[in-house]
Design a protein. Structure first.
Length: 318
């Protein structure tokens, strides 16, 4: 009996199943305004890590509702909520046992920055940092590290609730230093109509106790759901999709592209050809081929190569 036609029909049924509605599990996710990782444009949540998390949810067939709140409130809601989580969350040692972690998402080294024209600020050692006034957001993940460096509230450290007020304080020379990274500075400086060329990093903040930004899920989230998200993440990582998502927000073209009708100070990321449903279709295909055995010259191998090649070659759209 020739079983190839039968297996081919199974493959066609698999492809058709992508359009069939399914009952989804659900998660309540929280995040904050912190461009370019997660932020809002015209009341729509966007950002590198937001896109990654939403793609993971879609691939894992999980309905994820996202609420944007100030960080401390978002963190408390994520801890106490049913089937809840938060991103982009620094994976610190003291938080390790409180959450189930999926990632890492995108992150970059944190540095102290000064305005390039502030020739009066000279940093030759870490001891020099505390001689100047630092502006920092209430959501900064490593306050103890700043204390170690000699920064004291209301003396040489001013804490701001909003990102825009912190950036404005730098612009008005109310503070001398601020914290940022190569990823965050370009978009955040747009809040005060300044560019990255006008600022310079003077010292890197050493954070050996953290392993980057993650999606943190509370202990009420079933392990099976966590593992599905991890599998989705690993598939995206294998296809190089995280870097493609980053390119939507962090490159010269996207940073200079502003919508004429956009009331937000941030650029809207450009879209392109391959959708999340296509990624989900690939993900289902990968799971399907794990138990449908066809020889290496068969249609499964061929279609897998085609899907992988297309998804690696073409930028993605969220």
């Amino acid at each position: 009996m020739n079983i190839r036609p039968f297996k081919f029909m199974l493959l066609l049924l698999f492809v058709a199943s992508n359009s069939v509605a399914e009952t989804k599990d659900s998660l309540n996710l929280f995040t904050e305004e912190f461009p370019p990782y997660n932020y809002q444009v015209k009341n729509k949540v966007v950002g590198i890590n937001h896109d990654i998390v939403m793609a993971m949810c879609e691939l894992a067939n999980i309905k994820c509702k996202v609420t944007v709140l100030p960080w401390n409130r978002a963190y408390r809601r994520a801890q106490a909520g049913e089937n809840a989580g938060i991103y982009s969350t620094a994976r610190r040692i003291d938080r390790e046992s409180d959450w189930q972690w999926v990632g890492p998402l995108l992150a970059s080294h944190v540095c102290f920055y000064k305005a390039r024209n502030r020739t009066d600020i000279t940093i030759n050692s870490r001891e020099d940092l505390s001689k100047y006034i630092l502006g920092v957001s209430t959501s900064f993940a490593y306050p103890d590290k700043l204390t170690e460096l000699g920064f004291i509230d209301k003396i040489n450290k001013i804490t701001f609730r909003g990102l825009k007020s912190k950036m404005a304080s730098v612009d008005r020379k109310r503070v001398d230093l601020m914290l940022g990274s190569v990823n965050t500075m370009p978009l955040q400086l747009k809040l005060i109509d300044r560019t990255v060329e006008e600022f310079v990093p003077v010292w890197q903040l050493e954070l050996p106790e953290t392993t980057g930004n993650y999606l943190a899920l509370n202990k009420q989230v079933p392990l099976a759901m966590v593992n599905r998200l991890k599998t989705s993440y690993n598939a995206m990582l294998e296809l190089g999709l995280l870097q493609k998502m980053k390119q939507k927000y962090i490159d010269t073209e996207s940073l200079s592209t502003m919508s004429a009708s956009n009331n937000s100070p941030y650029p809207i990321a450009t879209s392109s050809a391959v959708s999340v449903p296509s990624l989900r279709m690939y993900f289902r295909f990968a799971r399907f081929t794990s138990f449908v055995s066809i020889d290496s010259g068969g249609i499964t191998t061929f279609l897998t190569i085609v899907f992988t090649t297309l998804l690696k070659a073409v930028p993605i759209m969220i």
